[in-house]
Design a protein around this ligand. Structure first.
Ligand code: HEM
Length: 511
């Protein structure tokens, strides 16, 4: 047989290789579209720093895609801009989309992933806490906290009477102390309370540490091996403090709750309810296990629930300044039910108030990009390739400002949730899949009773300056991981002398 010339063999081989490569690239779906990055640093320079959720919507429009992608120093970041696509990936495939990104500073060095449920991988510890949340915070079980929420709302009303110019202090104290009370049976002091100080310090640390670019060690994890004496390793000192505060948050309020359980005037709390599952037959090992799970489940509740609910409540006050008609309609609804002879409570049917609570969460979602998820397997979804380890963020702001779903989306309009053909509830505000916020029922209830009590008893108006001119609120929001209104001025007055008296008589001495 005649042998083929060497050149022809070469051409044949190259053609076969080309054909195989082409076929492989045809079989392999593309990554979701996004701005073209630079060699080595990828899209580092494209990363939006201000209101990133709006930039991701822009990119979605530019690339005609619900999902956009960028790459940063080896990380893939996938942002999902519509409810449909979020359901497709984060809900339907939640078995593989429910992990969390690993942050070297918080998880490795400060050890927070050991106990902080919101940072934890989807491991057995995390699952055990999710089971506990179901026991104390499900839609049904959350109702047991309504009495404490109501008392907190009435006490909030009294603090508005006493110091109407300190709205932001009152919202923070009311929401925070209520969560501590429900979780640990703690009765926090209005000023300088050590438990609130501890929880707030832990929050500050968490917020600072997870802001992009705070710690270089999150970008270059190998830096963690540098010795502490090495110049530029101040992050190691911070990590030690973070660890100490974290441990205190994990153990100290829990120990307080256990001490309270031994007193005569103790009240039901999440800790007491969770420990209630232990009867005398429990072995020492079972007891230790349940106690540790309870510590972890409860230690994160203030961090996850306080700042978010405070942001929503402050949004309510801002919206009442900007939309006085809504305030008037709300007041009419409450007055019709209470006949102005009492403050509202959970036995009242107040659909418009519920619609206002939903609209606060839709209009200005407190966590606009949620907490990022991480995918644990290579996946193909929505026609795109999503590599294993990608960080996947549901763009909550984009989903709740989708003009096709929420027409006139920039308007604050509670009526969208009323009537026979309402807009869908803004469920996305609480995240996705197996990671969905376990405190969502508690959060809506807390917001509802605060709003109902406030509109029943107070008029909220724009402030006047020294010359009697109306001061327009700036209505600006912070643009970090959590988005809350920047401080604004407003005038809060009891609607009538009778309402002021009613608040004074109904509010408890302490919550
Ligand atoms: C308006 C108030 C609130 C908003 C907007 C909110 C929103 C969220 C969001 C977006 C997430 C991340 C979900 C995801 O990863 O997809 C989350 C997680 C979480 N939330 Fe909330 N939340 C609120 C109030 C609360 C309250 C009151 C509690 C507890 C009493 C709470 C407890 C938690 C916990 C423990 C997690 C972590 C869940 C996990 O990683 O498995 N939240 N929340």
């Amino acid at each position: 047989m005649e042998s083929l010339p060497i050149g022809a063999v070469g051409v044949l081989l190259v053609s076969i290789l080309l054909f195989l490569a082409l076929r492989r690239s045809k079989q392999r779906p593309p990554l979701p579209p996004g701005p073209k990055g630079l060699p080595l640093i990828g899209n580092l320079l494209d990363m939006p720093t201000h209101y990133p959720w709006k930039t991701y919507v822009e990119w979605g429009r530019r690339y005609c895609s619900d999902v956009v992608h960028i790459q940063l120093l080896g990380f893939h970041l996938v942002v999902i801009n519509t409810a449909r696509s979020a359901a497709e990936l984060l809900d339907k495939k939640s078995t593989i989309y429910s992990d969390r990104p690993w942050l070297t500073m918080m998880c490795d060095l400060a050890n927070h992933a050991d106990w902080d449920i919101a940072l934890m991988s989807n491991n057995a510890r995390w699952k055990a806490s999710r089971v506990q949340y179901q026991r104390v915070l499900s839609s049904e079980r959350s109702k047991q906290w309504r009495r404490k929420q109501t008392l907190a709302a009435y006490a909030f009303g009294r603090s508005l009477l006493d110091a109407p110019g300190e709205l932001f202090k009152h919202t923070r104290y009311s929401v925070g102390s209520n969560i501590l009370n429900v979780t640990y049976d703690i009765h926090a002091l209005p000023n300088g309370d050590p438990w609130i100080n501890l929880a707030e310090r832990a929050n500050e640390i968490g917020n600072a540490a997870i802001s992009p670019g705070s710690y270089l060690v999150d970008v270059f994890p190998k830096l963690k091996y540098l010795p502490s004496w090495f110049p530029g390793t101040g992050f190691k000192r911070d990590a030690l403090e973070f660890k100490k505060v974290g441990e205190s948050l994990l153990h100290d309020p829990y120990d307080h709750a256990k001490r309270m359980m031994l007193t005569r005037n103790n009240e039901e709390s999440i800790v007491s309810e969770l420990l209630g599952e232990l009867d005398d037959s429990a072995t020492a090992e079972q007891r230790r296990e349940v106690e540790m799970t309870t510590k972890r489940s409860t230690s994160v509740l203030y961090g996850a629930g306080a700042e978010t609910n405070v942001a929503a409540l402050n949004t309510f006050f801002l919206a009442m300044l900007l939309y006085p008609d809504v305030q008037e309609n709300a007041r009419k609804e409450v007055s019709r039910v209470t006949k102005e002879g009492r403050l509202p409570d959970f036995s009242d049917d107040l659909p418009y108030i519920r619609a206002i609570a939903k609209e606060c969460l839709r209009w200005r979602p407190p966590v606009p990009l949620g907490i990022p998820h991480r995918v644990t397997q290579d996946d193909v979804g929505l026609g795109y390739r999503i590599p294993k380890g990608s960080i996947v963020a549901g763009n909550i702001w984009a989903i709740l400002h989708d003009e096709h779903v929420y027409p006139h989306t920039s308007e604050f309009d509670p009526n969208r949730f009323m009537g026979s053909d309402p807009n869908p509830d803004p469920d996305a505000v609480f995240g996705f899949g197996r990671r969905i916020c376990p405190g969502r029922f508690f959060a809506i209830d807390a917001l509802w009773i605060m709003i109902a009590t406030t509109v029943a008893a107070f008029d909220i108006e724009k402030a006047l300056d020294a010359d009697g001119r109306v001061e327009e609120p700036t209505a600006q929001y912070t643009s970090g991981f959590q988005s809350r209104p920047l401080p604004f001025k407003c005038t809060i007055k009891p609607r009538t002398l009778e309402m002021a008296l009613l608040v004074r008589l109904t509010a408890p001495d302490s919550t």
